[in-house]
Design a protein around this ligand. Structure first.
Ligand SMILES: C[S@@+](CC[C@H](N)C(=O)[O-])C[C@H]1O[C@@H](n2cnc3c(N)ncnc32)[C@H](O)[C@@H]1O
Length: 290
C-alpha cells in the first residue's frame, strides 16, 4: 500500500477526528498536506495505511497518538513581534497609560497576559520583553504571561527558547541588547532569551476547543492570533465567547492582522483593526469566570 494515496474515505475519517478533537477544519485542499505530514509518522509506527493509523488512534484514545496527530496537522508559523502595529500600540499607548495609572494609585502594578496559541514561543517572549522594558519588575511590577498551545512539540521548543541567529533581526535592537544572549562555542550561531524573561512565561498545553478553560483570574491582554482561521464557524464563535469571559473589563483582545470579529460578537468593540475590548464592563453579580 502506498502512503502517497489517501482515499477520500480515509481523509474524511481523519478530518472528522481532527475536527472533533481540536475544532480544526481541513478542507479537501488540505489533503496533500495531510499526506505529506502523516506518511512519515505512519511509516515510523510500522503501519501501512492511513486507515490503520486512524484505527490505532481510536483503539487507544488516551495513548498519545492523538496528540501526535494534532501536532503534525497544526500550522505553527510565527515570528517575533509579528504584526508590529499591535506591539506599537502597546508600547506607545497602553503600557504608558498603565504606568501612569499605577503612579496615581488607580491600578495595581500587576499585569496578566495570555498568549492563547503561542506556537514556538515567539509571541509570548515578544510580549515579555516589551513588558519587562516598559513596566520594569525592579519598579515593583509583577508581570505574568501564560502561553498555551495544543502542540506539545511546539511547547517544548518554546520552553527551550533557542533560535538560529538569523531570527535575531525580528527583535527591536534595544530589546535585543537587553534580553537576547548570543551563543558561543557549541552554541555558535544560536540565540537564546535571557533567563529573567524566560521565567516570566509559563507554558501549558491547552486545547482552545475544549469546554472550559481552567483559569480564574482575568487577563489584561489576550492574544489569540492566527489560530481561529483553522476553526469552523461554530467552533470559532464558541472559542471567542469563552476567551472573552477571561478578559478583564479594561483588557484588550488581539487577533491576527487579517482576522476580525466583525459580526461575531456583540460583546466587544473595536479599538483598532484586529484589537478589541469589552463593550460593557461585566455584570459584577455574574461572578468570576469558571
Ligand atoms: C499559526 S500559529 C500562530 C502562532 C502565533 N499566535 C502567531 O500569531 O504568530 C497557530 C497555532 O495554533 C495552534 N492550535 C491549533 N489548533 C489549536 C487548538 N485547538 N487549541 C490550541 N492551539 C491550537 C497550533 O498548534 C499553532 O501553534
Amino acid at each position: 500500500v502506498s502512503l502517497r494515496e489517501l482515499s477520500d474515505a480515509e481523509f474524511g475519517g481523519l478530518r472528522d477526528l481532527v475536527h472533533r478533537e481540536a475544532g480544526i477544519w481541513l478542507t479537501s485542499a488540505k489533503k496533500a498536506l495531510m499526506v505529506g505530514r502523516l506518511a512519515r509518522r505512519i511509516r515510523d509506527l510500522g503501519l501501512s495505511s492511513f486507515a490503520e493509523y486512524h484505527r490505532r488512534i481510536l483503539e487507544d484514545p488516551g495513548g498519545g497518538e492523538l496528540v501526535q496527530l494534532l501536532d503534525l496537522i497544526a500550522t505553527n508559523e510565527t515570528h517575533f513581534f509579528r504584526d508590529a502595529r499591535q506591539f506599537d500600540l502597546l508600547r506607545e499607548q497602553v503600557l504608558p497609560a498603565w504606568a501612569e495609572q499605577a503612579v496615581a494609585g488607580l491600578r495595581p502594578r500587576r499585569v496578566r497576559v495570555w498568549s492563547a496559541a503561542c506556537s514556538s514561543g515567539e509571541e509570548p517572549y515578544s510580549l515579555a520583553m516589551l513588558l519587562h522594558g516598559a513596566l520594569p519588575p525592579s519598579s515593583g511590577w509583577h508581570l505574568e504571561i501564560l502561553a498555551t498551545d495544543i502542540s506539545t512539540r511546539m511547547l517544548e521548543r518554546a520552553r527551550a527558547a533557542v533560535w538560529p541567529r538569523s531570527r535575531e533581526k525580528e527583535i527591536p535592537p534595544e530589546l535585543r541588547k537587553q534580553f537576547v544572549m548570543v551563543g558561543t562555542g557549541s552554541q555558535e550561531g544560536m540565540i537564546r532569551i535571557v533567563p529573567e524573561v524566560r521565567s516570566m512565561v509559563r507554558f501549558e498545553r491547552l486545547n482552545l476547543s475544549q469546554d472550559s478553560y481552567p483559569f480564574h483570574e482575568p487577563f489584561d491582554l489576550i492574544f489569540c492570533r492566527n489560530v481561529l482561521i483553522y476553526f469552523d464557524p461554530p467552533t470559532k464563535a464558541r472559542v471567542v465567547a469563552q476567551l472573552l469571559r477571561h478578559l478583564s473589563d479594561e483588557g484588550l483582545f488581539f487577533l491576527g492582522q487579517s482576522e476580525s470579529l466583525a459580526g461575531q460578537s456583540s460583546a466587544v468593540r473595536q479599538v483598532t483593526s484586529s484589537v478589541y475590548r469589552l463593550r460593557e464592563p461585566r455584570d459584577p453579580n455574574a461572578g468570576s469566570p469558571a
